[in-house]
Design a protein around this ligand. Structure first.
Ligand SMILES: [Zn+2]
Ligand SMILES: [Zn+2]
Length: 254
């Protein structure tokens, strides 16, 4: 008898024990939820649904209003157009852009709860909402891998986590798709929100490096998307590295 004969038994035993562990954890999690129901991250009320957002706040989370440019999410006055003037005339690395809703709304509050208060349950909730929206659009299998906008090592150390990675990993788990670290941020840059449009374009030049070459279709995840921004620079680096297409998903659009 070779040692390989033992492998299936030990493998299934370890699978069984990890299933048992997961089952145990879900029971403990459920009991804790019953004893200490989660508080809604938006209104502070008790969330009966055991989710970090109560049903009435969830019902009020707005979608982006009006007709939008497919590549940057900018509002379009003419509903017969697919692209805004800039995306129609300038070369863009991002092929598709979508957000759950406007930053200037409760979506922004949820992003801040994840980013600044480290509310991981909110991160899981937001990833779940993204997964549902992708499913509704029928685009949940329109990519081969999920990537995320990286932070510089200094910023990552300071925060202790990268919110874009938390969202990407949550989304990967929901959709059963691989999440890969394909980009690195090589230097600290001033926040895009504090710069003029012109400064924004040069601020990130050369700030991202490619870690893996590939020919796959990428779904790039970030917490906030803005015009002419970080995701476009990341998409440019990915395309130069041979990636076929880059679709961007963000929780909020600023
Ligand atoms: Zn609420
Ligand atoms: Zn556009």
């Amino acid at each position: 008898m070779t040692t390989s004969g033992d492998t299936p038994t030990s493998f299934s035993a370890s699978c069984g024990s990890s299933r048992l562990l997961r089952f145990g954890r879900s029971i403990v999690g459920g009991l804790i939820g019953l004893l200490f129901p989660p508080v809604c991250a938006l209104c502070g009320g008790r969330s009966e649904s055991l989710r970090p957002v109560c049903p009435s706040c969830e019902a009020r989370l707005p979608e982006l209003p009006g007709h939008r440019c497919l590549r940057c999410g900018e509002g379009l006055a003419d509903p017969s157009l697919d692209l805004c003037l800039r995306c129609g005339t300038e070369e863009r690395a991002v092929d598709r852009f979508a957000s759950l809703g406007p930053y200037d709304s409760a979506w922004g509050e949820l992003v801040r709860a994840l980013k600044f208060d480290g509310e991981m349950a909110v991160g899981r909730y937001l990833a779940g909402r993204m997964a549902v929206r992708l499913g509704e659009q029928g685009t949940a299998d329109a990519f081969d891998l999920i990537a995320f906008v990286p932070m510089s090592p200094i910023d990552r150390r300071e925060r202790g986590f990268n919110q874009a990675e938390v969202l990407a990993r949550g989304l990967g788990r929901r959709l059963g798709r691989p999440v890969r670290r394909v980009l690195a941020k090589t230097r600290v840059t001033p926040p895009q929100g504090r710069l003029t449009a012109k400064e924004r374009r040069t601020n990130l030049r050369g700030a991202f490096a490619l870690l893996r070459y590939g020919g796959e279709r990428v779904l790039l995840v970030d917490d906030i998307g803005t015009t002419g921004s970080t995701v476009e620079e990341c998409a440019r680096v990915l395309k130069r590295g041979g990636y076929e297409s880059v679709a961007v998903w963000t929780v909020a659009r600023a």
